[in-house]
Design a protein around this ligand. Structure first.
Ligand SMILES: Nc1nc2c(ncn2[C@@H]2O[C@H](COP(=O)(O)OP(=O)(O)OP(=O)(O)O)[C@@H](O)[C@H]2O)c(=O)[nH]1
Ligand SMILES: [Mg+2]
Length: 193
């Protein structure tokens, strides 16, 4: 998809603030710093609409982006950042639960995983959660540019194995640096909007 219009609608902390719109939503979940915001920017050809940071934990609100007046990307706060307090972690959990429990517009979840490493405990929990509630998942294995070509296939198999990946879900190898996987990601998203 070639995107001409993309705007941030709101940074929400509770459901009262979610957009009053019935447009389909595609949410992005993943560890803090995995590249959720960068993924959005790459797909819509913008440098910095979704704020990115080398400091983990930057996105601590649920950010709704309206794309082509057609659907919303919903950038969820990242999990697994060590330097947050117990209280903040609980707040994160409540915010995410509130979103997943209430949002009928949600069509699919893009779950991002850092391709260089095995899935973390948080990655496994997130995937299990999404499968349990039967949300369609687009698994995006990102930072592919940082992995030697010879290691890629091996690591794809490893990630699928650790997650007990459901082959009905889509698996996309991706990089914001080379834009590898961009078309494939769009194709997967377009089946849900
Ligand atoms: N080499 C490489 N770096 C990437 C890629 N994707 C993201 N990054 C970098 O990873 C860092 C974190 O990216 P963000 O997009 O801010 O990550 P996020 O998941 O939105 O992080 P939070 O908002 O903190 O949850 C930034 O320095 C990005 O430039 C990629 O595909 N390749
Ligand atoms: Mg972010």
């Amino acid at each position: 998809m070639k995107v001409h219009s993309a705007d941030i609608i709101i940074s929400a902390v509770s459901k009262k603030q979610y957009p009053k719109s019935s447009l389909p939503e595609i949410a992005l979940a993943g560890r803090s710093n995995v590249g959720k915001s960068s993924f959005i920017n790459t797909l819509i050809d913008r440098k910095n609409l979704a704020r990115t940071s080398s400091k983990p934990g930057r996105t601590q609100t649920i950010n709704f982006y309206l794309i082509e007046e057609l659907f919303h990307f919903v950038d969820l706060p990242g999990y697994g950042y060590a330097k947050v307090s117990k209280k903040e972690r609980a707040k994160w959990g409540a915010m995410i639960d509130e979103y997943f429990a209430n949002r009928k517009q949600l069509q699919a979840v893009i779950s991002l995983i850092d391709m260089r490493h095995d899935p973390t405990e948080g990655d496994i929990q997130m995937y299990d959660f999404l499968k349990y509630y039967e949300f369609p998942v687009i698994l995006v294995a990102t930072k592919a540019d940082k992995l030697a070509k010879s290691k890629k296939n091996q690591q794809i198999e490893r990630i699928k194995d650790v997650l007990d990946f459901d082959e009905n879900d889509t698996f996309v190898v991706f990089s914001t640096v080379t834009k590898y996987g961009k078309e494939e990601a769009w194709q997967a998203i377009e089946t849900f909007i």
